[in-house]
Design a protein around this ligand. Structure first.
Ligand code: HSE
Length: 376
């Protein structure tokens, strides 16, 4: 396999390093806007150099972002090249279009590293759905947020210091708001739900709350009540009705999610035959993510195609009722729904996920965290 590698950042560099030690695949050209030189690969600033090189059979896209990644990947497929990508924004948005295009061109399109970094989550989800119905997908899907929340909880770091460390370690997306506002988790949840439930979710029907407004005081309140806060993705299929949302969620000490450290992810499916299966590993970082990209390249070499096409278009219905911790903002609706106070934060009576997220949209400076269902 001769690879045209797009991007030489955290993931691209990792792919180059891992493939350098292999005889069955070789990075032949690297598209990179920096002035770098490599001993055994040609470096270019021009994607056309990869596109028009007929000796390159596979394009690995590790640039991130929607544009120009989408245009480059589309052009590569149209030129008859296989594509492996770790770009969750790209696949969550354009999977519906790129997968059929790849099928019509007779090339392979894989994106295992788009969810869970080094965890073989999507590849196992695809296998799981072949022989059973998937009732639930989700979990801790963002290494940056987990790193921040874990550092605030265990080490007492401020939000800002924890975020800076996550960025320095190469976990965060180029724009950290993608991580801390829950957008990265949202992309991963939509992709996982679509593959697991065979649907094509309307992204606008999937709300996401992030961790940008969490304060040390909130973390101290959670600890005092025996809880740990994690950013959770929830996707459920109840007799064809899909609910899907991203939100900070409190876990009792001792639950598996509460113990997930640093940049690790814990991603779970519940299937009609298998019951709960959880996948644990580093969800971000150079070599974990590059590992899954190279796994995809090995699958392409073995002729293994990718996941099933999405199914029919549906909107998520988020009618679950939960109690929430809310801090940072007070208003009449919250007062009406208050059932308790934790420090300067309040605990709501049970409200629907939809109602809580609609309120949050109008109060973006607030921080919310759902209490566990059995605590409602
Ligand atoms: N920024 C992402 C994360 C990278 O922190 O999980 C891996 O998808």
């Amino acid at each position: 396999m001769r690879i045209g590698l797009l991007g030489f950042g955290v993931v691209g560099r990792g792919v180059y390093d891992i493939t350098s030690a292999r005889s069955d695949m070789q990075v032949a050209k690297v598209v990179c806007l920096e002035d770098i030189s490599l001993p055994d690969a040609q470096v270019t600033k021009n994607f056309q150099d990869v596109l028009t090189d007929s000796t390159i059979d596979t394009v690995v896209e590790a640039m991130g972002g929607l544009h120009p990644a989408y245009e480059f990947v589309r052009a590569a497929i149209e030129a008859g090249k296989n594509v492996v990508t770790s770009n969750k924004a790209l696949v969550a948005t354009f999977y519906d279009e790129l997968l059929p295009l790849a099928q019509s061109k007779g090339v392979l399109f894989r994106c295992t590293a788009a969810v869970g970094g080094g965890i073989g989550w999507l590849s196992e989800l695809e296998r799981a759905r072949r022989v059973q119905s998937i009732h639930r997908v989700g979990g801790i899907m963002n290494g940056t947020c987990n790193y921040i929340l874990d550092s605030m909880t265990r080490l007492g770091l401020t939000y800002e210091d924890a975020l800076s460390q996550a960025q320095a370690l190469g976990y965060a997306e180029a724009n950290p708001s993608t991580d801390v506002d829950g957008i990265d988790t949202w992309h991963k949840l939509i992709l996982s739900s679509n593959i697991g439930f065979s649907v094509s979710l309307d992204p606008q029907s999937v709300p996401a709350a992030g961790i940008r407004s969490i304060r040390a005081e909130d973390v101290a309140s959670f600890k005092a009540h025996g809880f740990v806060c994690k950013l959770m993705a929830t996707g459920k299929n109840q007799d064809g009705v899909i609910s899907a949302y991203v939100q900070p969620t409190l876990f009792r000490q001792g639950e598996p999610e509460a113990a997930v450290p640093a940049n690790y992810n814990l991603i779970t499916l519940v299937g009609s035959a298998s019951g709960r299966m959880s996948f644990y590993g580093q969800g971000a970082g150079r070599y974990p993510t590059a590992y899954n990209v190279v796994q995809d390249c090995a699958d392409v070499l073995a002729g293994k195609g990718f996941y099933s096409p999405y199914g029919k278009k549906v909107s998520a219905v988020n009618a679950d009722t939960l109690c929430y911790y809310v801090s940072g903002v007070q208003d009449a609706w919250l007062e009406e729904n208050r059932q308790a106070s934790w420090g300067s934060g309040i605990i709501t009576k049970p409200v629907t996920v939809e109602a809580m997220h609609s309120w949050l949209q109008a109060h973006p400076d607030a921080f919310i965290a759902a209490l566990p269902v059995n605590e409602n």
